[in-house]
Design a binder for this molecule. Structure first.
Ligand code: AMP
Ligand code: MN
Ligand code: MN
Ligand code: MN
Length: 289
């Protein structure tokens, strides 16, 4: 049995359903050996996840998922194996959380104008102190019966084209990559098939990403299929990027993402973990390849 990696997951510190410790225990129970916690725009859950990982015999990789604006699109860049104490990274993430709070006020204003009052207060309760996101508004809309499920909340209200969508200016691509590198981490393009890019746009994006010092791309994701993985492996080879795997787990009730339940990397990929110095993690990994 090989080592089971899952290098993209969320806790309640952003828009996941489980606390960092619960997430680690759940991932371990699902067979994950090496887990990256990659909350949106925060590293607040890392310390708790690390402590829980020590107790459950799981190797935790400190991570983050940074919101980026590139060519009028929102792109997510995952940082893996970062040092959360990096001041430059933390200053950048604090700025993004401020953008999130401003956006939340505007979303709530628009919902109120659509006859849906009280959204900010409710979303803030779901969000807690750290990161407020559209998932928290989606939960409010579902629980108050305005829509049947989160998918419809995004389609009708919160997503691009929805009546209460608010566009925000997130981090620049080179800026986000620089924060991750300053923190000693490797920058990885999250769920690349989710951005509806043509091949030409994807190439231009990957050229900029690699020129900025980006190092990896999610080839296997809970959010794409085997054929897409083969296409992404070809991009990884073309641009000299290493390959990552991650479920993008948010909640146990989302049956389509189970921590660690991921296809194998297609042949010819350099896995992201091959670039990690063995001394840093090998002794913490409980299962050998
Ligand atoms: P935010 O970063 O606050 O703009 O929210 C993005 C998050 O919303 C993603 O990470 C997903 O968790 C969730 N999300 C985005 N689009 C959808 C959708 N169509 N249906 C359900 N959840 C979505
Ligand atoms: Mn999310
Ligand atoms: Mn994402
Ligand atoms: Mn994610």
């Amino acid at each position: 049995m090989g080592v089971c990696y899952d290098l993209h997951s969320h806790s309640r510190c952003s828009d996941g359903a489980l606390s960092p410790a619960e997430l680690v225990r759940h991932a371990r129970a699902c067979g994950v050996d090496v887990l990256a916690l990659t909350d949106h725009d925060t590293t607040a859950g890392i310390a708790e996840a690390r402590a829980a990982a020590r107790d459950s015999g799981l190797c935790l990789i400190a991570g983050v998922e940074i919101s980026v604006t590139w060519a009028q699109r929102v792109i997510h860049i995952v940082g893996l194996d970062i040092d959360p104490r990096c001041a430059g990274l933390q200053a950048g993430l604090a700025g993004l959380r401020w953008v999130r709070r401003e956006r939340a006020r505007h979303i709530a204003d628009r919902l109120a104008r659509c006859g849906i009052p009280g959204a900010l207060e409710a979303a803030e309760v779901y969000a807690g102190a750290e990161v407020i996101g559209r998932n928290h508004f989606a939960r409010f809309l579902v629980e108050r019966g305005y829509v049947r499920d989160a998918k419809r909340a995004f389609k009708r209200y919160l997503g691009r084209g929805g009546s209460c969508h608010v566009a925000s200016e997130w981090a620049g691509l080179a800026e986000a990559v620089a924060w991750i590198r300053a923190a000693g981490g490797i920058a990885v393009v999250a769920h690349p098939t989710r951005y509806a890019m043509s091949r030409g746009v994807m190439r231009r994006f990957l050229e900029e990403f690699t020129a900025a010092g980006g190092g990896g791309i999610e080839v296997v994701s809970g959010r794409h299929d085997v054929q897409q993985a083969r296409m992404l492996a070809a991009y990884a080879r073309e641009f000299g990027l290493c390959a990552s795997v991650g479920s993008d787990f948010h909640a146990p009730e989302n049956s389509w993402t189970v921590p660690g339940r991921l296809a194998a990397l297609p042949p010819g990929c350099e896995p992201v973990w091959a670039r990690w110095p063995a001394a840093g993690h090998a002794d913490a990994i409980p299962v050998t390849v």
